[in-house]
Design a protein around this ligand. Structure first.
Ligand SMILES: [Zn+2]
Length: 427
């Protein structure tokens, strides 16, 4: 993906733009999409969610609320329609059916109707039009893990590397709930190579950009750059409780039980030298090289046995006293800790693809992921647009959605996908 920046009143607006060499497989075409929007896309649920109770039915509700939300449509031929706004569920539904967007993005709630922003700007006060609410969002993309996954690169993803996303969901979801006290959290498969997170609690939606930046910084452990061997730095005598818990409860086991073997982390000289480069003591690394070579003929998986040798050396005796013990944690974090696109989280006006869109390149539906059962989620079995269309029969549809608890058969009435996204809660 590339980023296109659109100027608006001096403030940068960011939108994800599909790569130009778009490849559209059988799973995606405009005719299928028309059927999907016409009979399946959960227009009413999206409206209900985005209204947060301001739906005209409750006393004291803000009837202008939904109409101040920005929607962005990406049409065929890369035509972008920014600042679309709708006053009702039927207006939203009619526009989606009529324009048949290849992608729908959701932006913030503005101070005034975004479609009428120019009228307000003519009054000479540009500040009248500004974002006032927005879910706190996170975007995690597996292509940001290319230096630590050896099975795939770029947009490709397989079952060997997808568990990196699963670990990220667990770490971030736990912290959002336990450390920040948020509870209305929706995780969504991005349709290709990552996951999106929508934190929908009122107090999350009302965070300022500065506060969003502080939340993003809370999750930041990567201090290095392309030229630095040490990408993760965990300073201080003890780990921050959030990092300690992430390590003990999630990342250590994931690294040792899965990643070591699935990514063959020690299988080539280049790979094991990369790990040694994270240990800032040459006498230790050369001693370790020797021990590893002695161990080479062992019948055990060298990825496991070499890791045990490394841990033993760094966590015992004089090295423990010298602080090298922390290197073990830093290596695990370097390979497994969530890599967030911080810019997405920091700015209220960053657009994010709507749940239940269809990814134009894979044809896969962007379905929710239950964080409690995210180990079961398999991106390779997420239904595609063509599969969804094929399953459709008169007035009734069965669709296989492997999102919540393995193979989950969801019965769907035409026109209503029954996954509940109300207030960001999956029920
Ligand atoms: Zn892979």
């Amino acid at each position: 993906m590339t980023k296109e920046q659109i100027e608006n009143g001096g403030e940068e607006m960011l939108i994800d733009v599909p790569d130009q060499e778009a490849f559209i497989p059988d799973g995606f075409n405009a005719n299928y999409l028309k059927v999907y929007y016409g009979r399946l896309f959960p227009h009413a649920d999206i409206f209900k969610w985005m209204s947060y109770g301001n739906d005209g039915k409750h006393p004291g509700c803000d009837n202008s609320y939904f109409g101040r939300r920005e929607f962005s449509f990406t049409l065929d031929n890369d035509i972008y329609l920014r600042f679309q706004s709708f006053n009702s569920a039927s207006e939203l539904e009619n526009a989606i059916k009529e324009k048949c967007p290849f992608k729908i993005d959701i932006g913030p709630v503005y101070s005034v109707d975004p479609a009428k922003r120019h009228a307000y700007a003519q009054g000479g006060d540009n500040n009248v039009f500004s974002p006032v609410e927005r879910e706190l969002i996170f975007d995690i993309d597996i292509s940001d893990y290319d230096d630590v996954r050896y099975c795939c690169s770029g947009a490709d993803v397989c079952l060997q590397c997808w568990p990196l996303m699963t670990a990220a969901i667990k770490v971030i979801d736990t912290a959002l709930r336990d450390d920040f006290g948020f509870s209305h959290i929706l995780w969504v498969y991005s349709g290709r190579r990552g996951v999106h997170c929508w934190v929908c609690d009122g107090k999350a939606r009302r965070l300022t950009n500065e506060q969003r930046g502080a939340v993003a910084d809370y999750f930041r452990v990567y201090k290095g750059n392309e030229n630095s061997n040490k990408k993760v730095s965990l300073p201080g005598p003890v780990l921050h409780p959030f990092l300690a818990r992430s390590y003990t409860d999630i990342l250590r086991e994931f690294f040792e039980e899965k990643l070591l073997s699935s990514q063959q982390i020690f299988s080539t000289e280049e790979r094991y030298e990369k790990i040694l480069s994270m240990i800032p003591d040459e006498s230790v690394t050369s001693e370790l090289r020797g021990k590893w070579q002695e161990n080479r003929r062992s019948s055990n998986d060298i990825n496991v046995s070499w890791w045990e040798l490394l841990k033993h050396m760094l966590q015992s005796g004089k090295n423990k006293a010298q602080g090298l013990r922390r290197c073990v944690e830093e290596i695990v974090f370097a390979f497994t800790y969530p890599r967030l696109d911080m810019e997405v989280s920091k700015h209220m006006n960053h657009l994010l693809k709507a749940p239940f869109c269809v990814h134009p390149k894979t044809g896969r539906v962007c379905i929710p992921i239950d964080p409690q059962n995210c180990d079961e989620f398999d991106p390779t079995t997420v239904p595609t647009l063509s599969e969804v269309s094929m399953y459709m029969t008169d007035g009734f549809l069965l669709i296989c959605v492997t999102s919540c608890s393995g193979e989950l058969l969801q019965e769907l009435n035409t026109g209503c996908l029954r996954a509940d996204v109300e207030n960001g809660m999956l029920i």
